[in-house]
Write a protein that binds this ligand. Structure first.
Ligand SMILES: Nc1nc2c(ncn2[C@@H]2O[C@H](COP(=O)(O)OP(=O)(O)OP(=O)(O)O)[C@@H](O)[C@H]2O)c(=O)[nH]1
Ligand SMILES: [Mg+2]
Length: 351
């Protein structure tokens, strides 16, 4: 009798164990499914901070990169931009009272009649860009609105002006096309499907943002560090870095994100490193009293953002980046990817 009841007890315990195992397996499967669900990342930040460049790099590293047809579209934009940049510079030399060489005045006078890149307009661009007056205007670009990357393209005018010109990856990374609406990139990183959402950062675009906030796993907030001495394109009375700080406060403390980890990219460090040697940070933060070197200014700016974003429910990761440099971005994506994995494991209850 005793033996039978002992056997029954063992059977019952085994059954219980099996049920428990099944339940654990089921839970694991469900959690794995959750982990495999598409990770939605949104890039936010003010206009021209580098959000779309971040997306282009992801596309180069984890997707097919740029097809011939899209290179052709970029070619037209880059060629048109050359005309636009030259007109901006010519207007600036007039407004700033900068003199150019006598022999170049004929080119500057006729330039406003050009709309396309032709043999004539290309010749004028090359001639005018060799003038020290235009270089001086470029150096003073914080006083008007001219993209930093205009120098890269003006230096390459001859190559860009060729009939069979097809932009390189670097040309495309440097090309500025302000985002209107929403762009999405679908990629697989470390076995996980990512949807990366890119929105326009200029003021008129920001009202579209909140429609994209649902289901976001990670916010990547992009700040153009180098813009501390520049004014907004949309409002010439507002400092760009202060606008970014203000926008960060409004965005990151939005109910959708208050318990979500966030990655802040302090971008354009290449320009910032050069600029900070010449232009004091007091251009932006009037009461800044620390040393005006790279380390101290970066620390100060990071603290400003951290003070706004810090709370007990999330972690904010900071990286100093040059979004146009593919190799350095590879390292940044590795960190972003492990941040996401950590987030997912937290959600699944693994950690
Ligand atoms: N030198 C330098 N240029 C950069 C860097 N990141 C982006 N850029 C350039 O800055 C310009 C603006 O970059 P975008 O990626 O278009 O900026 P965005 O944030 O998407 O701008 P919106 O679409 O208007 O919101 C482009 O010409 C880029 O090539 C960087 O780290 N260093
Ligand atoms: Mg963009």
């Amino acid at each position: 009798m005793g033996n039978i009841s002992h056997k029954k007890k063992l059977k019952k315990e085994k059954l219980k164990e099996q049920t428990l195992n099944n339940m654990i397996n089921l839970r694991m499967e469900k959690q794995n499914e959750k982990l495999k669900k598409t990770i939605k990342i949104i890039t936010l930040g003010t206009g021209e901070s580098g959000k779309s460049t971040f997306l282009k790099q992801l596309s180069l590293l984890y997707s097919k990169g740029f097809e011939k047809s899209s290179r052709e579209v970029y070619a037209t934009t880059i060629q048109n931009n050359l005309i636009i940049y030259m007109k901006i510079l010519l207007r600036a030399i007039e407004e700033l009272g900068i003199k150019i060489r006598q022999e170049n005045t004929q080119y500057s006078k006729s330039f406003f009649s050009f709309d396309d890149l032709t043999t004539q307009s290309l010749k004028a661009i090359i001639q005018l860009w060799s003038d020290p007056g235009l270089k001086e205007a470029y150096e003073r670009r914080a006083e008007f609105q001219l993209p930093d990357m205009s120098q890269y393209f003006l230096d390459s005018a001859e190559r860009i002006g060729k009939n069979d010109y097809l932009p390189t990856d670097q040309d495309i990374l440097n090309c500025r096309i302000p985002t209107t609406g929403v762009n999405e990139l679908h990629i697989v990183v470390d076995d996980l499907p990512w949807t990366v959402v890119d929105v326009g950062g200029q003021r008129s675009e920001r009202r579209k943002w909140m429609h994209q906030f649902d289901g976001v796993s990670l916010v990547v907030y992009v700040v153009a560090l180098s813009e501390y001495d520049q004014q907004l394109f949309e409002d010439q009375t507002v400092n760009r870095l202060l606008e970014s700080l203000d926008l960060f406060a409004k965005t990151i403390n939005n109910g959708c994100f208050e318990n979500k980890n966030c990655v802040v990219l302090f971008n354009k460090v290449d320009i910032f490193k050069k600029k900070i040697r010449k232009v004091p940070l007091t251009k932006c933060f009037l009461h800044y009293t620390w040393e005006n070197d790279y380390q101290s200014t970066c620390k100060y700016i990071q603290e400003k953002f951290d003070k706004i974003g810090r709370n007990k429910k999330r972690v904010i990761f900071y990286h100093f980046t040059c979004a146009t440099d593919t190799e350095s971005m590879r390292g940044v994506f590795d960190v972003v990817s492990s941040t996401i994995l950590q987030n997912q494991l937290n959600v699944g209850g693994y950690l």
